[in-house]
Design a protein around this ligand. Structure first.
Ligand SMILES: Cc1cc2nc3c(=O)[nH]c(=O)nc-3n(C[C@H](O)[C@H](O)[C@H](O)COP(=O)(O)O)c2cc1C
Length: 155
């Protein structure tokens, strides 16, 4: 019998030094298109060279994608934070919404609510806390939908 259970995967990684904002925007755009096809939802945070991503969907779709993500040369130190069954998606839309903070200062004001340390290190957070943080940022409309927004926000 097929596994119909929903799963959530949360990981953290670091962008390679040469990765530019246009590359980040390209990743987000392609991800939105791909994820919709695979019924995957989630959110991708990018702040000062660090990625934090939540993916929700079927076990097979998540595994297939995570395998690709792990070997993607655009980032390093891909670190799994959580992989667990869930009852309900936290992110309703199919877009891989990109939450972008040009500097960590503003981001840390949001982040410290979820963490017992003040520097951004998602390895100290549970997958649930990462998901809640990303969801809160989306609700506060901190995500960007177009490359132009990203460039404008980066000043
Ligand atoms: C930080 C990061 C997050 C990514 N997230 C996704 C994602 O959510 N969905 C996706 O399809 N690809 C994502 N990718 C890209 C994949 O690693 C891979 O390049 C892509 O899935 C290949 O797509 P294709 O099989 O359609 O060519 C991500 C890459 C990076 C570096």
């Amino acid at each position: 019998m097929k596994n119909m259970q929903l799963y959530r995967l949360v990981y953290y990684s670091e962008a390679t030094p040469e990765l530019g904002l246009d590359d980040v925007a390209r990743i987000a755009e392609k991800s939105s298109r791909n994820n919709r096809r695979r019924c995957l939802t989630g959110s991708l945070l990018y702040c000062e060279g660090k990625f934090l991503q939540t993916l929700e969907g079927g076990i097979r779709q998540i595994n297939d994608l995570y395998r690709k993500i792990m070997i993607d040369p655009r980032h390093i130190n891909v670190s799994l934070i959580e992989f667990s069954p869930i009852q309900k998606r936290a992110f309703e839309t199919w877009d891989m919404s990109l939450v972008f903070f040009p500097s960590s200062q503003e981001f840390l004001e949001e982040y410290v609510k979820y963490s017992h340390v003040t520097e951004f290190d998602p390895m100290y957070l549970s997958g649930g806390a990462c998901t809640d943080l990303l969801k809160e940022l989306l609700q506060k409309r901190r995500h960007v939908t177009h490359l132009a927004d990203l460039q404008r926000k980066s000043g």
